[in-house]
Write a protein that binds this ligand. Sequence first.
Ligand code: GLN
Length: 313
Amino acid sequence: MSAAELDRIEALLPNWLEEKRRKCQYGKVASYIPELSKSPAEALGIHITDAQGRSVAGGDSRLPFTLQSISKVFTLILALMDNGEEVVFDKVGMEPTGDNFNSMLKLELVQPGIPFNPLINAGAIAISSLIAGSSTTEKSARVLDFLRLLAGNPSLHYDMDIYRSESDTANLNRSMAYFLKDNGVLKGRVEDVLDVYFRHCSVQVTCADLAQMALVLAHDGNNPITGESLIPRRYVQIAKTFMVTCGMYNASGEFAIQVGLPAKSGVSGGILTMVPGKYGIGVVGPALGRKGNSIAGVALLEALSQELDWSLF
Ligand code: GLN
């Protein structure tokens, strides 16, 4: 059944890609990380992988881009595996914020001053400080190894230009991190925590890597192709729930209604999503809409989900 559906997607994709790509003109490539502004504004690509290892890909699916906020799903999972739920949710909350992804407004207003959830920047920076390891180098290496394992791609690496560009200009994230340190949320030196964070945001992937990582989440933490168990089911459940409630920032509600799948976007234009029990999906489209998600990527996923009745709700 899945093979027939993939054939149908393959037949539909070229038209949809052409149609949705036109939406790119209404979006903007992120430029607050200066190096990101070099991304191709007209690009749109997708890769879908099923549990038998069959794939459909189209458009600019081979375009390399950085994980950015998509990495937050996986640092959350690793921090849960390292510390357990109690420790993690003592430092980070579980609720959507209603604010921008880089807002520090509520940190001061709402007690006990821990970030609202692990997918906004403040929460993900707190999560970076919960990654086990005796040095910053070891912590970052553990995150990278985990991402390589999930993507089944041992050559995943950092885009050092993006890493440096973000690290050199991250005044807002830096101020947020110092604030968190003062609130007792961060362990260790602030600059070390930020270094772990900037590195995982700058891991370079393609849509195929995202699709493979998503496939593991779609199968409760197991790689359905090799049969390996990579993540405890409970932690996948937590991650997927956050993806539904907070994964697309302030557009998470609309995405849940229009697409109805767990998803996480990044400011590079990537979206990782999945049809639970079936597919892992990676999308890229660097032109972003007002709420920081790929404008053409979201439109493409809306079309696919509605045509194929993928919504979980
Ligand atoms: N590295 C980016 C930042 O901290 C991640 C944000 C995003 O992808 N939305 O600003």
